[in-house]
Design a protein around this ligand. Structure first.
Ligand code: PGA
Length: 250
């Protein structure tokens, strides 16, 4: 049985004092969950988040990293730096980074490798745009993004990757993919991993859905066969909403 991984993606939101307050309020509400709880916060909140979540079941993640360890890359933060302050997870290749910051399948792959080299767990985002969906290209897009992101990883690494299937047309729009559609896409991603790495490994990979997940639709999505949790933007900014999603099975 795969564990559910429920990860918040705060994007460019919340100051340190809001971070501390959020986590302090979340801790008692989710302390008994069997689900893995992750908060991916802005760089400037990471240290506060880690201190506040210390000795709890909340794991902290970053939203991006550079693939080099150090050097002349003004404004960048490396995997080594994240690990040094006890960050556990890192989102890689979010569609907003692919769209606005020139992230490519090649840089995603380099970042995934660097994340593993530094002991971080990558949450790799894949997903098609509205246009690609309308052209019927969604399967081709997500399988190719998945294949290229995992290129050159060993079996141990592949089974520890988290893939977040996030159709771009569902992000921040209030439009969720139906649970059947989202589950089918997650199945297609798993089948692609199986084709290359075999069934044993493919069955272990956590595949999340992301795109307007909220308390009202979380349970239905999570009760499907191949959706192993979610990457949550908007609804992860409110303790009450995020807590309800984490506790969907309570
Ligand atoms: P959303 O964002 O939940 O606000 O749609 C999801 C994401 O971008 O990871």
């Amino acid at each position: 049985m795969r564990k559910k991984v429920i990860a918040g993606n705060w994007k460019m939101n919340k100051l340190p004092n809001e971070t501390i307050d959020f986590i302090d309020r979340l801790i008692p509400k989710i302390k008994d969950t069997e689900n893995e709880v992750v908060l991916c916060v802005p760089y400037t909140d990471l240290f506060y988040a880690i201190l506040t979540a210390q000795n709890t079941n909340i794991k902290i993640g970053a939203q991006n990293m550079h693939f080099e360890e150090k050097g002349a890359y003004t404004g960048e933060v490396s995997g080594q730096m994240l690990k040094a302050i006890n960050v556990d997870y890192v989102i890689i290749g979010h569609s907003e980074r692919r769209q606005y910051f020139g992230e490519t399948d090649e840089t995603v792959n380099k970042k995934v490798k660097s994340a593993f080299a530094n002991g971080l767990k990558p949450i790799v985002c894949v997903g098609e745009s509205l246009e690609q969906r309308e052209n019927g290209e969604e399967k081709e897009i997500v399988t190719s993004q998945t294949r290229l992101a995992l290129n050159g990883l060993n079996n141990e690494q592949v089974q520890n990757v988290i893939i977040a299937y996030e159709p771009i047309w569902a992000i921040g729009t209030g439009k969720t993919a139906t649970s059947e559609d989202a589950n089918n896409m997650c199945k297609i991603i798993r089948a692609e991993i199986e084709k290359i790495y075999g069934q044993n490994i493919a069955q272990r990979v956590i595949i999340q859905y992301g795109g307007s997940v909220k308390p009202q639709n979380a349970k239905e999505l999570f009760e499907t066969s191949d959706i192993d949790g979610a990457l949550i933007g908007g609804a992860s900014l409110k303790v009450e909403d995020f807590e309800q999603i984490v506790n969907y099975n309570k």
